[in-house]
Ligand binder design. Structure first.
Ligand SMILES: *Cc1c(COP(=O)(O)O)cnc(C)c1O
Length: 390
């Protein structure tokens, strides 16, 4: 049994048997394995599609670049936000049309821009003069959108100040793009990943709408607004259901950006997280002393083998074992590697069965996003997270 949200129920998880659980229950795994169910990806695409109205969906490939996931999304009519040459190549190989793939990273290798342009990619992101120069040199005449900085992110996994530029810089970059012979079409931003409720978008949208209005006043004929990602997955805290969430975000966008010709949305986490479960195993349960308040539970997967988003304990995954009917107690949860930062949850311990012991299977729910590619090649000899797609 797994937790899902009914497509349009307000926010309460409903329990229904799943193909994914059946598959996992019937098999043994000799290393940590992410199992992805393509039908759940499809259901989530359809749920987001139903809410996003006229917005184009550009799936953020980095969330889970499994070939079969990309292929299914191509079949469903999704477009793609790619961050690198390899991600673009993957989308094109799986049948995406170049006109449906945007090169959304603001930090691009010049030779990759030239390659992408040659492949027929025409839409690029930028947040700096130098990036515009690279695009003008290697993709002359291309369409560009300027990424705006989000000063205060409401997301659980904010993207901080690394990406985007402020209002004055953005307006200057629109002028500069024109001067370089590029076609500046609009703005993008990212509200912050795992923004749990649609209403949390409002302050960011207000901020972005003011900059949009300033650009129109300055004489720029903008046609594209890229609202980025941020669509949440269920990790135990209440979230809005996908269709209702997306519809509310788009309604807020339409109210603040009247007459914008094209809206793009780039869900990553919200598209794939709930379609995957990691099958892991307990390697050791121990106490450091008789006075130790908490048990230490060591899993065969950790910070370096797929669970990087436990950094700062920002994303709190849900763990499930066959002993969950037994009395529960708090644990510090850690990975298996010989690195002391390989601790998953310590500040806020995790409740696990008191009877838990080495060899027990642990399911880590809703881990289809930002896990498989956040896995080191073989740190300490632990294999990268295996991925099985059903
Ligand atoms: C990572 C990323 C996304 C996806 O973000 P989620 O929060 O996973 O939906 C979308 N757009 C850009 C530009 C990104 O870098």
């Amino acid at each position: 049994m797994t937790l899902h949200f009914a497509a349009d129920a307000p926010s309460f998880p409903v329990v229904r048997p799943s193909r994914l659980d059946g598959f996992v229950a019937d098999r043994s795994f000799d290393k940590p394995t992410l199992v992805m169910d393509l039908d759940l990806v499809e259901a989530q695409y359809r749920a987001l599609r139903a809410g996003l109205g006229r917005a184009d969906i550009h799936y953020a490939v980095k969330a889970n670049p499994a070939r079969q996931v990309i292929a299914r999304l191509v079949d469903l009519g999704s477009h793609f936000d790619a961050a690198s040459k390899a991600e673009i190549a993957l989308c094109l190989e799986e049948g995406a049309d170049p006109s449906e793939v945007s090169f959304g990273n603001t930090i691009k290798r010049a030779s990759d821009i030239a390659w992408a342009w040659d492949q027929g990619i025409t839409l690029f992101a930028a947040d700096a003069e130098e990036e515009l120069e690279k695009i003008a040199d290697n993709a002359p005449g291309a369409s560009v959108y300027i990424r705006l900085i989000v000063e205060v992110s409401p997301g659980d996994w904010p993207l901080t100040r690394k990406f985007g530029c402020d209002r004055d810089t953005a307006l200057r970059l629109l002028d500069y793009a024109k001067a370089l012979g590029l076609n500046p079409v609009g703005f993008s931003f990212h509200v912050g990943s795992q923004t749990r409720q649609a209403a949390m978008w409002a302050p960011t949208l207000d901020e972005m709408a003011a900059i949009w209005a300033a650009a129109i006043d300055a004489g720029h004929a903008l046609s594209l607004l890229n609202i980025g990602g941020g669509f949440p997955a269920f990790y135990g805290e209440e979230i809005d259901a996908p269709t209702a969430y997306a519809a509310q975000v788009i309604a807020m966008v339409e109210a603040r950006f009247p007459n914008v010709a094209t809206i793009m949305a780039e869900p990553g986490r919200g598209m794939v997280a709930e379609a995957g479960v990691i099958v892991a195993e307990v390697m050791l349960v121990s106490r450091k002393s008789d006075r130790d308040m908490h048990r230490w539970v060591y899993l065969d997967i950790g910070r370096f083998s797929g669970l990087a988003e436990t950094e700062g304990e920002a994303i709190r995954y849900q763990f499930q074992t066959a002993r969950d009917g037994d009395p529960m107690g708090p644990c510090i949860l850690a990975g298996p590697s010989c690195d002391s930062v390989d601790v998953l949850y310590e500040k806020r311990p995790v409740l696990l069965p008191v009877s838990l012991k080495s060899g027990d299977r642990v399911l880590i729910r809703n881990t289809g996003a930002y896990t498989s590619t956040y896995s080191t090649v073989c740190f300490n000899g632990f294999p990268p997270l295996d991925v099985v797609v059903i």
